[in-house]
Ligand binder design. Sequence first.
Ligand code: GLN
Length: 453
Amino acid sequence: EAFNANVAAASALNAFIVTTPEKALEAAGAVDADRAAGKALGSMAGVPIGMKDLFATQGVQTTAASHILGGFVPPYESTVSSNLWAAGAGMLGKLNLDQFAMGSSNETSYFGNVISPWRSRDSNAELAPGGSSGGSSTAVSARLAPAATGTDTGGSIRQPAAFTGITGVKPTYGRCSRWGVVAFASSLDQAGPMARDIRDCAIMLGAMAGFDPKDSTSLDMPVPDWEAALNADLKGKKVGIPREYRMDGMDAEIEASWEQGKAWLRDAGAEIVDISLPHTKYALPAYYIIAPAEASSNLARYDGVRYGLRDLPEGAGLQDMYAATRAAGFGDEVKRRVLIGTYVLSAGFYDAYYTQAQKVRTLIARDFAEAFEQCDVILAPTTPSAAFPLGDKSDDPLSMYLNDVFAVPASLAGLPALSVPAGLTQSGLPLGLQIIGKAFDEQGVMNAGLAIE
Ligand code: GLN
């Protein structure tokens, strides 16, 4: 009954693309059976979770919220989801997202936008749940699921978490296997947990992470017990405040929440230090070259032959079939990214755009490496504003992209970063604060997050 009530709420918010209650019930049943048999329970035993529809799930439709994957039912399971099932979790369903994880508002989904459960005190406008993990953020925020998986290429775990008042952790690049995750920009894509608080994220990340020989960029390192080592005492720790993140015309409420964050971390024993990340302003343009470049290559596999949709006009040849399938199957934002990507990779422009962006990426990684000689973690806002109304930015890609300004630097550098709820605006909307850490130091990042929550 509770599940059916939740399903009704879920359909109003459009958080799920498909629901699989039988799988969640099966996991719950397994807990009783294992208990009766005296077997040890996994860390996620019986926990019903939502799965972003970017993870391949065996026997359950996987679409990346794109028409081009219409009807695709994978014969295999992603490593991250199978790790979660092995830890005892059960799947409530597949969650809506921006098409191929491209977007910041969940409005590029073929299945329609997700609606945030939040409303401003000043207006009744429906708000964006953030993106691309908007189904995940909404499912957790609206209490349709205690936790959900997300993926973060340039902010897609952190930004939706901030918009909906939940916690989301993007681990170090390579912590979670990308095998069986629909590829967007392979050098950036990273899975992570989205849940109500740091502790739940620590438990879930522990279940998701781990070396996978099937992903060549997977980290061959032991997975620490992050939950056991959670500690909000930051005595002896230094928290860096990057001066370049204080942008002209920064929203006063964002600035105030950043100040509040500093105070909380100081109260927890940390020392606040001023740091510099000089190449910050080049991060967003570099990201919007590198991510589309990789996407244009990754998406070449959707040719109407191998997966999902095939549009074969009467008497058409192979080229016509490619063209018709892609014209019908890809949404506008996906087409925009493929066009940008193929342009920046083309012979005449490669050096001017792609090579240049890769150099910038190196400079950004170096900025962080130098900054981390002076501090243990970095504190910054997650987003430049609270959630915006649906439709506000959907016709203006540039202003949509600008939403990622604080999120992409950590992505380009492959660093662990999280967003944790940090209070409400005057109009009652959640704000998030971001903690960025050294490579492999998810613990330090989550401990600082714990001191804020
Ligand atoms: N909003 C960013 C983009 O559209 C990030 C997406 C993501 O992290 N998947 O590319």
